[in-house]
Design a binder for this molecule. Structure first.
Ligand SMILES: Cc1cc2nc3c(=O)[nH]c(=O)nc-3n(C[C@H](O)[C@H](O)[C@H](O)COP(=O)(O)OP(=O)(O)OC[C@H]3O[C@@H](n4cnc5c(N)ncnc54)[C@H](O)[C@@H]3O)c2cc1C
Length: 471
């Protein structure tokens, strides 16, 4: 007989004390309400262990009693991975494990606990003259354990890689409560399977990350940032290649944004001033890092070449920090701004970089044919081949009727184009509960079997984030 919610609460309170558990329905809301408000389930309890040892005791108990555990960091995930599926699970919040255990800027490594807020990790690194280069719009709430477990990307992947590439080692509590001590700081370690790479990106289905050793980089002296006008995604692709040739690994970000994004933000008063030079069907936000001892001007001279080659028609360079902040606000508000225009259908997809123009052209054409008046809003990390391929409802449409009629079918249309171009149906947001069925349909069957075998070996009772990722 499965334990009742009351039995679960009593047992957990006995392990973590009454300070370590939340059961009041209203208070639990902060852990249950996820950003896109798509998933609505309750939980038996929220447990907030204050130490790694307490996490081990909770897991050992949950494993013996077959109680599902949903690990949670900042609750900013976009695919419902961090909230319960059945309503019987316990949410294990890591927010009390929030210490930076050590920082060595010279060696380029910082050890942070799972509950450290990403922005605090940035500050801690900067205080030592170093940089942890994983930047997301959710960095004020997202926590290291969640960022790693969702293998988050963000705006700096081009230069520094995603969470997996920024992690040197992890410490994790396994389903049965054992502690995996993998906090190494080795650039080279050729001793078998890469367990760190399994745990990072596992969405909490293989273990509870309690701490991680993270790569640090020298803090740039400055940034050179510009928004340029490009006629099309094809021109943007050529410009991207030119930038890579001219500035190499200093190219920090190359983000593509359509005119409609600017129009929406200006109409809804989301920007105090237009950050672009003039009207254009497409914009690219380009940023370079400038390290100590190097001269400024690399971006300007690369853009002059691009102008001569007619790849860009106009440009504005950030002259002061306020300009750079406004340019990035324009980019970061792209996802949020669509909600000001009613309902929207969203896709986080990637294709080989060379196929980005085809993705946008074919996907937009197919969508507009299927739903006349729909407004394509494809934007994002062009330099990573990762486009947030979103669609706003036609002007004046009824949001509920629009979603009911087009949401499901639009996903099929876009994923078909993505798969035809050799892409992925989840570039950086993960699978969670949103895309489990889709993963089953599109992932190589042998890969799925390998993933299931790993899951069964590490979590034989299926208590770690049940129903997520593999379904
Ligand atoms: C405004 C906004 C902007 C965003 N921008 C980006 C972006 O640019 N790029 C990008 O990649 N993502 C982005 N995201 C989504 C992104 O996945 C999350 O913001 C972040 O990575 C999740 O961190 P979190 O602490 O909130 O994790 P949560 O949402 O709490 O959890 C995410 C996953 O990790 C698991 N988990 C949490 N902690 C642990 C742990 N300690 N051990 C094991 N598993 C754990 C959860 O079970 C869940 O599966 C954005 C989200 C928002 C709301």
């Amino acid at each position: 007989m499965p334990l009742t919610a009351n039995e679960i609460r009593d047992a957990l309170a006995g392990i973590v004390g009454s300070d370590g558990i939340v059961t009041d329905t209203e208070k639990m809301g902060a852990w249950l309400d996820e950003p896109r408000k798509r998933f609505h389930q309750t939980a038996s309890a929220i447990v907030t262990p204050p130490s790694v040892e307490a996490v081990q005791k909770v897991m050992a108990w949950a494993n013996q009693n077959h109680v599902g555990i949903v690990p949670q960091g900042g609750n900013t995930g976009l695919v419902g991975a961090q909230v319960p599926l059945s309503g019987r699970e316990v949410i294990l919040s890591l927010h009390k494990l929030d210490r930076i255990r050590s920082i060595n800027a010279g060696a380029g490594v910082m050890t942070a606990e799972a509950g450290v807020i990403l922005e605090n990790a940035h500050r801690a690194a900067e205080a030592e003259g170093a940089m942890f280069p994983l930047w997301l719009a959710s960095q004020g709430s997202a926590r290291i354990g969640g960022v790693l477990s969702s293998n988050a990307g963000g705006v700096n992947v081009l230069a520094y890689g995603n969470a997996r590439e920024l992690t040197m080692g992890v410490e994790a509590v396994l389903a049965d409560g054992r502690l995996y001590q993998g906090l190494n700081a080795l650039k080279k370690d050729n001793t078998g399977y890469d367990l760190k790479d399994l745990l990072v990106g596992a969405e909490g289905t293989l273990g509870i990350i309690t701490a991680a050793s993270l790569k640090l980089y020298p803090l740039p002296q400055d940034y050179e940032t510009a928004i340029v006008n490009v006629a099309s995604p094809d021109a943007a692709l050529e410009l991207f290649q030119l930038m890579r040739e001219r500035v190499g690994s200093r190219l920090n970000a190359f983000e593509l944004i359509p005119w409609i994004g600017l129009d929406i933000q200006l109409r809804h008063g989301m920007l105090d001033k237009d950050p672009t030079a003039s009207a254009s069907p497409w914009y690219a936000l380009i940023e370079l890092t400038r390290m100590a001892g190097t001269e400024p001007g690399a971006l300007q001279s690369a853009l002059e070449v691009a102008f001569d080659k007619t790849l860009i028609s106009d440009a504005v360079m950030a002259e002061a920090l306020a300009d750079r902040t406004r340019m990035w606000a324009f980019r970061e508000q792209m996802s949020e701004c669509q909600s000001r225009e009613g309902a929207s259908i969203k896709h986080d997809v990637s294709v080989p970089i060379a196929a980005v123009p085809a993705l946008i052209a074919e996907g937009s054409a197919a969508a507009e044919k299927f739903a006349p008046g729909i407004r394509p809003v494809p934007f994002g990390h062009m330099g990573d081949g990762n486009i947030h391929f979103n669609f706003s409802m036609p002007v004046g449409a009824d949001p509920k009727a629009f979603m009911a009629e087009y949401d499901e079918a639009m996903h099929e249309i876009i994923y078909e184009v993505v798969l035809k171009l050799g892409g992925s149906v989840s570039a950086e947001h993960g699978i969670g509960q949103l895309k489990t069925e889709l993963l089953r349909q599109v992932k190589d069957p042998v890969a799925l079997e390998m993933m299931r075998a790993i899951k069964t070996a590490l979590d034989p009772n299926g208590i770690l984030n049940p129903g997520k990722l593999l379904g």
